[in-house]
Design a protein around this ligand. Structure first.
Ligand SMILES: Cc1cc2nc3c(=O)[nH]c(=O)nc-3n(C[C@H](O)[C@H](O)[C@H](O)COP(=O)(O)O)c2cc1C
Ligand code: SF4
Length: 458
């Protein structure tokens, strides 16, 4: 099968769904390879229960634990929270370990500042997520269901109201508890999530045991990204063959992407795996594309123009689809300065529990800030010749960090920085001479403005 050629379906992430009731034109199933699947078609209402039931019908329970798992395996669904792990394997593991005690958590922490796709999904298609949560709970025989939602998104989505409505209509078998998540980069890491839902701080724990063995309250816990749950709800209705009609044979289906264009606009779009990157972000006015977010990698724009949205194509370049963030860097910004700003944010976001984060990341981020000129007056990059050893120090410290953390944060951070040193090699040389072509351009990649404090972890 060739990759689906549909263009992406775009929705604004920053606008709430229209949510008007009763205007849906009859029951329709999303066509095979046609997009959008998860989001409502352009101009159609989303977010509202009547519209959802009109389009998809009620939750298709199987009446027995584990019955959905073979269909998920046949569909080839992988997690959409970043790691693309096969969903059926986690379902099987939790179903086997759970013995009726398991807990299912939908993860909408969306700690990555450049990602808005989970927020858009919860605003535009919340009932698909809630269906998926119920179906996942049935598949693993869970006794408890939790939705873990970034605090500011929770405040604007009236999820409890929607759940009361569903419960009243007899759609949900398990009552769902909403747990607000702190807006921190690490809050969505699954052991941090398990810790917060258990009443602790949202900091990663040392593993093993893995969360699927001992997670929330020490019970086997299935953590799935909310987009993954929404795909699961569609597979349960329309089957694995339908799911595989979009995407590539090895990476089937669609994914939600947050697209940052070089003109500064940002949208959420649903795209089939295999879509050319050039169909998602305009490359004509970009010098490079950040693929996979702040644990992802930079790719030169010319090279990106030959690539598609698949891990098979991206992995050899050190990149991956991740949670679907693509950012096209405008020609008037310096990739090194942008990377240094994000690296400083990532270093501050570490939980500071183990060596690589306590000592390594701050040193790497400080060296990069020195090279980029962020440490100098004005903090906009360039202007002062950095210490001549700064690049070799940076590379050495990054090497010391790699593979030594209890979680993936240090590795993801140094991979992102390493890609910048390769792709922006010319900018590195300029900065070594104390010069920066970006001058006084404002920052491009989003980094939260507020200070991180210890109090933000719960
Ligand atoms: C530093 C870090 C941050 C993460 N943040 C999120 C997040 O915000 N949302 C999310 O769904 N997964 C996040 N993950 C991945 C989760 O640990 C977990 O793998 C995921 O929620 C599983 O769901 P999935 O298999 O459906 O993707 C993060 C992982 C790491 C290492
Ligand atoms: S590696 Fe860093 S972020 Fe991960 S658990 Fe250790 S201190 Fe925390």
């Amino acid at each position: 099968m060739s990759p689906a050629t549909n263009g992406p379906a775009v929705a604004s992430p920053l606008m709430p769904g229209p949510g008007t009731a009763g205007t849906w034109p009859g029951r329709q199933s999303p066509a095979g390879g046609g997009l959008p699947r998860l989001l409502p078609p352009a101009g159609q209402p989303g977010g509202d229960l009547a519209a959802h039931l009109g389009r998809h019908g009620p939750v298709p329970y199987r009446g027995e634990a584990a019955r959905l798992i073979p269909e998920v395996r046949a569909a080839g669904l992988t997690g959409r929270g970043g790691a693309a792990f096969p969903v059926h394997r986690k379902l099987e593991a939790v179903a086997a370990a759970g013995q009726g005690r398991a807990i299912v958590v939908g993860n909408a922490a969306e700690g990555e500042p450049a990602s808005h796709k989970d927020e858009a999904l919860l605003r535009l298609a919340p009932h698909l997520v809630l269906d998926g949560l119920q179906l996942a709970a049935e598949a693993v025989g869970a006794a408890r269901a939790v939705l873990y939602v970034r605090r500011d998104v929770h405040a604007g989505t009236r999820l409890e109201e929607k759940m009361t409505q569903r419960y009243g209509r007899g759609l949900d078998r398990l009552a769902v508890e909403v747990v607000p998540a702190p807006a921190r980069f690490l809050a969505g890491e699954e052991s941090a999530l398990a810790s917060l839902v258990s009443g602790g701080a949202a900091v990663p724990r040392f593993t093993p045991p893995r969360v699927f063995e001992r997670g929330v309250d020490g019970r086997p816990t299935l953590v799935q990204n909310v987009e993954t749950l929404a795909h699961l709800a569609l597979i349960a209705r329309y089957g694995p063959g339908w799911f595989r009609a979009a995407g590539t044979p090895d990476e089937p289906g669609t994914m939600l992407c947050t697209l940052h264009q070089a003109d500064g606009s940002a949208t959420v779009a649903e795209a089939a795996f295999g879509t050319p990157l050039a169909d998602l972000v305009s490359l004509s006015s970009a010098t490079a594309v950040l693929v996979g977010g702040y644990h992802g990698a930079w790719i030169p724009a010319a090279q990106a123009s030959r690539l598609r949205l698949t891990n098979a194509m991206l992995r050899p370049l050190g990149a991956f689809t991740g949670a679907g963030v693509l950012a096209a860097l405008p020609a008037d910004r310096c990739g090194l300065v942008e990377t240094a700003r994000v690296a400083r944010y990532l270093a501050l976001e570490s939980a500071g529990q183990c060596g690589p984060c306590l000592n390594g990341l701050p040193a790497v981020a400080a060296a990069l800030a020195e090279l980029a000129g962020l440490a100098s007056e004005g903090g906009r990059g360039g202007g002062r010749r950095p210490d001549s050893r700064v690049v070799s120090d940076l590379i050495r410290w990054a090497g010391l960090v790699e593979g030594r953390g209890a979680c993936h944060h240090p590795d993801g951070t140094v991979r992102f920085i390493g890609s910048a040193l390769r792709v922006f090699e010319a900018e590195v040389r300029e900065h070594q001479r104390g010069r920066c072509g970006a001058g006084s351009s404002p920052p491009f990649l989003p980094v939260p403005a507020g200070p991180s404090t210890d109090a933000d972890w719960s």
